[in-house]
Design a protein around this ligand. Sequence first.
Ligand code: NAP
Length: 251
Amino acid sequence: MSLLILGGTGEGNELARALAGRDVVNSLAGRTGHLPQVPGRMRMGGFGGVAGLVDYLRTEDISAIIDATHPFAARMAAHAAEACAIVGIPRLKLLRPEWARTPGDRWTEADNMAQAVDILPNLGRRAFLTIGIQELAHFVSLPDMSFLVRLLSPAPLPASCHAIIGRPPFCEADEVAAMRGHGIEALVTKHSGGNSTYAKIAAARALGLPVLMIRRPPPPPGPVVTSVAEAVAWAATHLGDPSPFVLPPPS
Ligand code: NAP
C-alpha cells in the first residue's frame, strides 16, 4: 500500500516524517533545487499533466494521495483530483489554515493577481512583493511604482525592482528592517497561511502599513484537512496499517 505525498511545503515534509517507516513517495515539483531531508522515497519534476500522473499512479501501484502542495498550487491540486478519480484511489487535500486578521491589520483582499494589480496603486507607490517570481510580471509594468521583491535565488529583474534573496522562515525584526530600509508603503502577499512567512504580516501591522492580500483559489471538491495530525489519521486508515503513528513536534 503506497502513499504518494505531493509536497513542496513544510506540511508535506512534516507529514513524511510522521509516516517514517511506511511506504511513502514524496513528490516535489523541483523548481527550487532544494531537497528536504525526509524519510521515504523521493521523486522530482512534473508528471506530465493528468495523463502522466495517471500512468505514474498505475505503474507505481499507488493506493492513495495526500496533496500537501501549497494553497496556491491550483494546477497540481486539480490534476491530482482528476487523476485519482480516473484511477479510482482516494485523495486528501492537506490545506494549512489561513492567517487570522487581528486588530491593527490593514488588509485589502483581492480575488486574483489581476485585481491586485488594479488595487495596488491606491495603497502605495513603493510595494514589497512577496508573491514568487512567477507572478511578478503582473505588477512590474505598473507605471510610477517601484518594488522590493523577495526571491528564493537571484534572477534578472526589471529596473523598477530591487531584489532581496531569502528562504523562510523569516523573523519580524528583519521584515520590519527591510520594509523601513526600503521605504515600503504597501505589502503584497498571497493568503498562504502558515508560521514561516507570517512575520511580514506582523511587521506590516507594527509599521501601520496596508497589506494587499490575494485570496486563495478554492481547492478541488473532496475531503480537506488543515493539520498534519488529521492527515496522518487519514493515512492510517488508507494504508491499512494498524500500528500507531507518532507525530513529531512541528518543525
Ligand atoms: P502548480 O501551478 O499547481 O503546478 C504546476 C505544475 O508543476 C503541475 O502541473 C505539475 O506538473 C508540477 N508540480 C507541482 N507540484 C508538484 C509536485 N509536488 N510534484 C510533482 N510535480 C508538481 O504549482 P506551483 O504553484 O508551480 O508550485 C510548485 C510547487 O511549489 C508545489 O509543490 C508547491 O507546493 C510549491 N510551492 C508553491 C508556492 C506557490 O505560491 N504557488 C509556494 C511555495 C511552494 P505536471 O503537470 O507536469 O505534472
